[in-house]
Ligand binder design. Sequence first.
Ligand SMILES: NC(=O)c1ccc[n+]([C@@H]2O[C@H](COP(=O)([O-])OP(=O)(O)OC[C@H]3O[C@@H](n4cnc5c(N)ncnc54)[C@H](O)[C@@H]3O)[C@@H](O)[C@H]2O)c1
Length: 379
Amino acid sequence: MRESSLPDLGVGLIGTGFMGRAHALAFHNARTTFELPFNLKLAALADADAARAEQCARSWGFERSHADWEQLINDPAVNLVAITTPNHLHFPMAMAAIEAGKAVYCEKPLAVSLEQAREMQRAAKASGVVTRVGYNYQHNPMIGLAKQMIESGELGQIVSFQGEFSEDFMGDPQSPWSWRCEQAHAGGALADLGSHLLAMARYLLGDVEAVCADSQTVHGQRPATRGSQEQRAIAIDDQTYALLRFANGARGTFGSSWLKHGYKNHLSFEISGTKGTLSFDQERLNELRLYRAGEPGRDGFQRILAGPTQPGYAAFCPAPGHQLGYNELKTLEVLALIQALAGTGNEGPDFAEALEIERLATAIRVAAKEMRWVKVADI
Ligand SMILES: NC(=O)c1ccc[n+]([C@@H]2O[C@H](COP(=O)([O-])OP(=O)(O)OC[C@H]3O[C@@H](n4cnc5c(N)ncnc54)[C@H](O)[C@@H]3O)[C@@H](O)[C@H]2O)c1
């Protein structure tokens, strides 16, 4: 085994579900893909299910497992705490990690209430630890290109944003209850999917000044577990729609539904300016569609493909058209986190930005509940 002269960075990962595996993969891939300024060590893995924590630690290459997340945070080999647990656990875990002076890589949404999000941001700011939140879709090199095109004025003055994040994993009323169905644990389609779209809208177009919205619980009860006769009452939103008024003057629409049959990861937007329209759909994440106005005889959208002219793509593949996937976006998110830790970059939403996303989501909830326009600054 060769000794590394780089400083160690010990990762402690909490959770072994969908996102736990995605984070583990991303840390592995980051070591293989990039010249990192740290000797990245998979120091410890924790899960409420101790046997699973131990088994995953072994097969995912972590040095040890903990049955208790507090032990992981206090493990001296852990410098960075990655939190991939249900939303209501982000607050106690992140606050404990900050208290211990450790960097925090937290899954989205930041918290289950604006008050918690504010406290998390205050604590992170006071301690000065690096924080990042898992709004992975903006790490797509094609989204970087879209941002460049908007900021360089290629689309002219931006006039409108039509955004939607729909999936259909709760479309069947027999899809069972999970922690995602509890207001206190998660907060419904707006928190689960919509928060990603709000992060994207802010990333590309900046602040939203005001919103009005409507929200609905379509299926008021669901089986407690798959196939069970026991029903649980559901009060969170299955779908939420909003009108957005951006600070830059653009007008927009927002939609999030986890009931929309046929859609699997439809984080999509159309951004229109005085010179053209740009369109994106995460289900085709290696493409942008661009329409340039004023080219008579050339009407129609141009399809722009991801390729190695974009550094985030070139890191994985030297040939165009070979396509990146979801897990590569997560790897690019880990790169942004590591660059922030090394002081060589400032990409990716931190707790301060994630708090603004929570403020916007809260404004949408208030607008839907009170059936009125709400100024985001009043929240
Ligand atoms: N960024 C994305 O694209 C994306 C996608 C899916 C989920 N998420 C977010 O990731 C988080 C987790 O979602 P998921 O789909 O992986 O959930 P999941 O249910 O698949 O996994 C949750 C994990 O947390 C563990 N856990 C629960 N309570 C715990 C405790 N007290 N101590 C230690 N471990 C505990 C569970 O055992 C499980 O391993 C959520 O915040 C969700 O919003 C983000």
